[in-house]
Design a protein around this ligand. Structure first.
Ligand code: C5P
Length: 219
């Protein structure tokens, strides 16, 4: 099969990263979690007492993604592995704000485009099909009901030892989607040529197979 890039966009907690990881492994492609980049910058923003000087915050940042056989993608910020902090509530609650800032987006998008230049990438995020990889070979826009997304995220959090309730997550997810869809720069939206995939009520295997079928039909 020729080398391709796959763009997977959609609202918060729609299962994008879970599916993207499996699809990438099955096709021997590399998975890139772009949300983790925005989360890493948000972690630094919080460390710097919520500085509003985003130009300086970014100018002094070195961000790299590395791949660990067992742990998967790791995010290295200024030579420190920050991956384990990225799902903390404080980061989650501020990430949409930080990700709406122009210096932050330019920095992250440039890195993402560099990573995808050689193809063979499955990339998930909010603006991958619209801005980062407008020429992606396959674009999928993954959605699911807010209720189901909150329940899935609660299970994830339980496994990670992060405290939350379904009610709180439902609100957090809805707020984050609203912010991401209404920001000025690169808002979350379906690319015109993306395929919408509603995963409500579907298990991981079903969704994975639907995407693998889409890939097969590209050939
Ligand atoms: O995918 P994840 O939930 O980790 O993304 C965290 C946040 O990062 C999103 O809510 C959004 O504000 C931002 N993001 C973005 N563009 C992307 C990926 C994530 O703005 N490509």
């Amino acid at each position: 099969m020729k080398r391709i890039n796959i763009a997977l966009d959609g609202p918060a907690a729609a299962g994008k990263s879970t599916i993207a990881k499996i699809v990438a492994a099955k096709l021997s492609m590399i998975y890139v979690d772009t949300g983790a980049m925005y989360r890493a910058i948000t972690y630094k923003y919080l460390q710097q007492n919520k500085t509003e000087d985003f130009e300086t915050l970014i100018a002094g940042s070195e961000l790299a993604l590395t791949y660990d056989e067992v742990k998967g993608q790791r995010v290295i910020l200024d030579n420190q592995d920050v991956t384990d902090y990225l799902r903390e509530n404080d980061v989650t609650n501020h990430v949409s704000y930080v990700a709406s800032k122009e210096p932050v987006r330019t920095f992250a998008v440039n890195k993402q485009q560099e990573l995808a230049a050689k193809k063979g990438i499955v990339m998930d995020g909010r603006d991958i099909g619209t801005v980062v990889l407008p020429d992606a070979d396959l674009k999928v826009y993954m959605i699911a009901s807010v209720e189901e997304r909150a329940i899935r995220r609660q299970k994830d959090n339980e496994e990670r030892g992060i405290e939350s309730t379904v009610e709180q997550l439902r609100q957090e997810i809805a707020d984050r989607d609203h912010y991401d869809m209404n920001r000025e720069i690169s808002p979350l939206k379906k690319a015109d040529d993306a395929v919408t995939l509603d995963t409500t009520g579907k298990d991981i295997e079903t969704v994975t197979n639907e995407i693998l079928d889409m890939v097969s039909s590209l050939a």
